[in-house]
Design a protein around this ligand. Structure first.
Ligand code: NAG
Ligand code: NAG
Ligand code: NAG
Ligand code: NAG
Ligand code: NAG
Length: 549
């Protein structure tokens, strides 16, 4: 059992463009708004999940001979010298009749590639690129420098410990495409099926990975993709006469898994992080019913709009991070996540020589495809039932959360886990990085919850120590955080309380809400200032951080 924790470099801020999650550009919110209005317009609530499929027919498998060699990347333009791992990228046809092909980027490990597990990474959106966002901004081996021409090595890349496969999914995202444009109007079920067909074909192209331990990881809207694909794999594994995929576990980061908790957790997070006023929060609590059967009233919508207005122009995906702006040319103060990174990546990936080196079709590459997200069909209200199935199946299930994300915040994740009603196995304890608390862990039955302190939505790109999935021996579960050394004072974990089940959701309002009127601020500020400045320093309260209270 081990965990690898990572620090990151930062880039200086140069240009202004709205970025993924930056001002005015929020792919998940756009998609959710449309889904929620559709849900209001129809009495039919769709929670179709993939288990309803009872028959199996073999998936399309194309000829793969020679394609692996063709896909080998000799070098990416601008890559640093001394690149000591294999890179491949190219297309896998998943539907020859439609001309539908998914693009992947694969990075082997520099060491132990032949024994390290295979990890699939998926970004969300829906409609956002796993290559541009996942590989180039988060966990891949390279970062695009601010010149948009050269790359630098990400020393905390996940391929240090796993062979990592980035899939641009569904067709229409990033470099993936279909010759049948109606394929761009798609949904969760089709996305899972195509990803499955992709994997079966990719494993024919790279047969050495056929029986390798396999993990599926992803973030945000991949909170739908990852469990659904895992469920489809487990289901097909039982009946297929094609490749049985050796699925060992999944990990979901800041994941959208349930629409009710997405709403309740987000507004509670806004309120407890001083982003919205008490009045707006109370307005939401008393006017909104975010359950699947609940009706969203005009009053509720009005308070939600007020919340978004009140939030104003902050980097919603990492609430303390600086914005990408031409005016902010100084060192970022709190977080070193650079929200301009997206711009460097877009420029780099739209360079013809880069597209050629990647064996990509020449296209205008985009970080997220708005059309896909806005035309998404059939988004289940919750995938918690799917996650529940996976927990029972025996694979390892990890849910992690960067705790400065406002988009799918840690409160949302905690409420979702409450709704799963699993019991605590090992109570809350800190995990440590370099002598500091990196975050916290709570181990539930069949589920591990991990926070990453100070990380935003894009956990693998944030400054704070980061978690990456590691496997040590195939008989051990992966993604196991190390226990903090019990010998160090102050951090003893409390004795396990088997059977404890959190009760905070949905029986009681998520947080205590003080109904008392707020104390009035002094209206005469001159008097206030005088009063304040006249306080003799000897009477200033002394602050002892070690004193309880
Ligand atoms: C899509 O159409 C182009 C042009 O006809 C063709 O070259 C390509 O192979 C097709 N893609 C797939 C996946 O069949
Ligand atoms: C490779 O595997 C060996 C044997 O398990 C291990 O000692 C070594 O640390 C690994 N190297 C890396 C870079 O993970
Ligand atoms: C798998 O089963 C299908 C029929 O369901 C058959 O057509 C196909 O040839 C089989 N494939 C293999 C590899 O045995
Ligand atoms: C939300 O609405 C549903 C369906 O009308 C209802 O059953 C439930 O009690 C409501 N919840 C609250 C907290 O009002
Ligand atoms: C955990 O997994 C076991 C074995 O698969 C199952 O019996 C149990 O119900 C699961 N518990 C939860 C809370 O998912």
């Amino acid at each position: 059992m081990k965990i690898v924790l990572l620090l990151s470099v930062y880039f200086s801020l140069l240009v202004f463009v709205s970025c993924y999650g930056g001002n005015g550009y929020d792919p998940l919110e756009n998609a959710l708004k449309i889904q929620r209005s559709k849900r209001l317009a129809s009495t039919q609530v769709s929670t179709k999940d993939l288990t309803t499929e009872d028959s199996y027919s073999p998936v399309y498998v194309g000829r793969q001979d020679g394609l692996k060699d063709f896909d080998k990347i000799s070098a990416l333009p601008g890559q640093p010298a001394g690149t000591d791992f294999d890179q491949y990228s190219g297309y896998v046809t998943v539907d020859p009749n439609h001309g539908k092909a998914l693009f992947y980027y694969f990075t082997g490990s520099p060491a132990n590639s032949s024994t390290n597990p295979l990890v699939l990474w998926l970004n969300g959106g829906p409609g956002c690129s796993s290559f541009g966002n996942g590989a180039m901004m988060e966990l891949g081996p390279f970062r695009v420098n601010a010149d948009s021409v050269t790359l630098s090595r990400n020393k905390y890349a996940w391929n240090n410990v796993a062979n990592v496969l980035f899939l641009e999914s569904p067709a229409g995202v990033g470099f993936s495409y279909s010759n049948t444009s109606s394929d761009y109007i798609t949904d969760d079920v089709q996305t899972a099926k195509d990803s499955y067909t992709f994997l079966i074909n990719w494993l024919e192209r790279f047969p050495e990975y056929k029986s390798r331990d396999f993990y599926i990881t992803g973030e945000s809207y991949a909170g739908h993709y990852v469990p659904q694909l895992a469920q489809l794999i487990l289901q097909n594994n039982k009946i297929t006469n094609q490749t049985v995929i050796n699925l060992k576990g999944i990990a979901l980061g800041n994941a959208y898994v349930d629409d009710e908790t997405e709403n309740t957790g987000m507004y509670d997070y806004f309120w407890t992080h001083a982003i919205i006023s008490d009045e707006i929060h109370e307005g939401i609590i008393s006017n909104c019913n975010f359950t699947e059967a609940g009706t969203i009233t005009d009053a509720c919508n009005n308070y939600q709009s007020q919340a978004f207005d009140a939030k104003s122009n902050i980097y919603f995906y990492d609430i303390y991070a600086p914005l990408c702006s031409q005016f902010s040319n100084s060192t970022p103060s709190i977080s070193e996540f650079d929200p301009c990174t997206e711009n460097y990546i877009a420029a780099y990936l739209n360079t013809p020589a880069v597209q050629q080196a990647l064996h990509a079709k020449p296209v205008q590459w985009e970080s997220c495809n708005h059309f896909i997200g806005e035309n998404w069909q059939n988004m289940p209200f919750s995938v918690l039932p799917v996650i529940k199935d996976l927990m029972v199946s025996g694979i390892s299930v990890w849910i992690y959360s960067g705790d400065t994300d406002g988009r799918v915040p840690v409160t949302t994740t905690k409420y979702s886990i409450d709704k799963l009603q699993t019991v605590v196995k090992t109570p809350w304890y800190p995990w440590m990085y370099d002598g500091e608390v990196g975050g916290y862990v709570e181990e539930y039955q069949n589920l591990t919850f991990v926070t990453i302190r100070g990380a935003g939505h894009f956990v693998p790109s944030s400054i704070r120590p980061r978690v990456q999935p590691i496997h040590e021996s195939s008989s051990q579960p992966v993604y196991r955080p190390q226990m903090y050394s019990q010998s160090q004072p102050g951090y003893e974990t409390s004795p396990p309380q088997p059977g404890y089940r959190p009760q905070m959701y949905p029986q009681s309002p998520p947080f205590y809400y003080n109904q008392q009127p707020l104390p009035q601020l002094p209206t005469n500020f001159d008097a206030f200032d005088t009063q304040y400045t006249q306080l003799p320093t000897t009477q200033m309260p002394t602050f002892d951080p070690y004193e309880p209270g």
